[in-house]
Design a protein around this ligand. Structure first.
Ligand code: MLC
Length: 431
């Protein structure tokens, strides 16, 4: 086969694609014991992900990292590569290591996948690791809030806790404009907890062992954080880390590691908006909507009907609401009704003792089957990695107990700041 690269170079063979060959994560509640360092956690997930890939640090040509709130290093990727002694290995192998830190807030992991794909497809790198770690679960309330509030209090004129208050502005706007109700927002937590209850690594699974899900009443009774957001509707602080290994399909072929059905990145999109929501909200385009359009186009003009699993960022229910609409799972202004219909379906199945069959229903909530930031756990900028890892489990068919039938394509959306950065990646099994 002959084809042209973007630079116009004519090459033969397989078109270069970025394949995800390793994906490992860990999450912990924190607070109960001395926190691990981000480097220790990254060492663990990097080792596990490389082992899964049948590759080693000797194969690495790129390391992309996102910043940590708790440790806050200068040039995170360089810091971690140095701490993990990766430069010595790259010198021994005569294989330069490219490090890059990407700061698009919670969207960071998806932006990092975009960058890894670019390095592999257009710069000829063969193997790139994306890593993220943080220990915000181990921080005491005062230290966490001081850091999390810092920028937003000063420039965004938001009361503390600034991040929930920023999202409250958007929540209020959506309620007033589209009739979204408080209960529909709470139902997001019920649905996510149902999924998290089936994932043995989720914080919900460990803390609420034996429980099928969080009830609407529990969410209603959870303490208010802002006028329209309660504690259970906040990203659940945690410690954790995750690592993805991306490699070129050609390199894998040369190494005899390539197999049909491996997960590849088939389309990506990114967009930006202001760092703070305006005091009076209006219907300006959301970065989320733009990024979705770009990603669907890049993946060959796909639509929501072509996607079987959606990993949608959910630091607060409003984030998921906006993403449901932007992804095309439901039309603008109807996410509240969509959530309510899914909640009703879930309650009926549970009442009929048929909850185990819910995932066989192709119309049941194919979103965040790990539980998302609200119920799986949210170590600051790490959580979108968990959405990606869950997408990979779904595509590989090993999301035990929560597998979506015949999952062929998955979309992951992540958001940074308060809808300030959006990044979307679409994954599929290679043919
Ligand atoms: C917390 N708890 C929850 C929960 N969140 N339980 C169930 N579901 C949830 N979603 C539990 C905790 O485990 C703990 O229980 C207890 O409630 C108190 O939580 P806390 O966090 O220790 O309380 P506190 O320190 O008072 O702070 C409350 C808070 C804070 C709401 C101010 O939790 C917060 O700011 N959360 C949001 C975090 C955040 O903003 N993340 C970034 C999202 S924005 P126990 O039993 O363990 O003591 C984003 C975009 C970006 O993602 O770019 O970053």
């Amino acid at each position: 086969m002959v084809f042209h690269t973007l630079a116009g170079k004519v090459v033969t063979g397989l078109p270069r694609q970025a394949v995800i060959v390793g994906a490992k994560g860990l999450v912990r509640r924190g607070r109960t014991s001395k926190p691990s360092s981000t480097t220790d956690m990254i060492r663990q997930v990097l080792t596990d992900a490389l082992e899964e890939s049948n590759l080693s640090t000797r194969d690495l040509e790129g390391l992309i990292a996102v910043p940590s709130l708790q440790e806050n290093h200068f040039m995170e990727a360089h810091y971690q590569a140095t701490s993990l002694d990766l430069f010595s290995t790259s010198i021994e192998e005569d294989r330069p290591l490219r490090c890059k830190t990407i700061d698009t807030g919670g969207a960071g992991p998806v932006s990092a996948v975009l960058e890894a794909q670019r390095m592999i497809q257009h710069e000829g790198l063969e193997c790139v690791a994306v890593v993220a770690a943080d220990c915000v679960g181990s921080m005491d309330s005062t230290s966490f809030l001081a850091k999390a509030d810092e920028i937003f209090l000063k420039h965004g004129k938001l009361p503390s806790p600034a991040i929930p208050n920023g999202y409250d502005r958007v929540t209020k706007y959506q309620m007033e404009t589209f009739g979204l109700t408080r209960d529909q927002l709470r139902m997001v937590v019920c649905l996510q907890s149902f999924h998290a209850g089936k994932h043995k690594d989720s914080l919900f699974y460990h803390k609420e062992k034996g429980k099928a899900y969080s009830s609407l009443l529990e969410v209603k009774e959870s303490p208010s954080v802002t006028p329209n957001i309660s504690l259970m509707e906040c990203a659940r602080r945690a410690d954790g880390a995750a690592c993805l290994i991306l490699s070129s399909n050609r390199y894998l072929k040369r190494r005899g590691l390539y197999e049909k059905g491996m997960v590849t990145v088939i389309g990506t999109g990114e967009s930006s908006g202001p760092l703070f929501p305006p005091e009076v909200m209006n219907e300006t385009p959301f970065s989320c909507e733009e990024a979705m359009v770009y990603a669907y186009e890049a993946a060959g003009n796909l639509t929501a009907d072509d996607i079987d699993f959606f990993g949608l960022y959910d630091c607060f229910p409003i984030c998921l609401v906006r993403a449901l609409e932007a992804s095309g799972l439901c039309s603008k202004g109807t996410a509240g009704d969509y959530i309510e219909s899914q909640y009703t379906r879930m309650m009926k199945a549970m009442g009929d003792g048929k909850e185990d069959q819910l995932l066989e229903d192709p119309d049941f909530f194919p979103v965040n089957t790990h539980g998302g930031l609200l119920c799986y756990g949210a170590p600051w900028e790490v959580p979108a990695m968990y959405h990606i890892i869950e997408a990979i489990h779904q595509l590989r068919g090993n999301a035990h107990g929560r597998q979506i039938e015949n999952c062929r394509r998955a979309l992951v959306y992540a958001n940074g700041g308060i809808f300030s950065a959006s990044a979307v990646a679409i994954f599929a099994k290679s043919l």
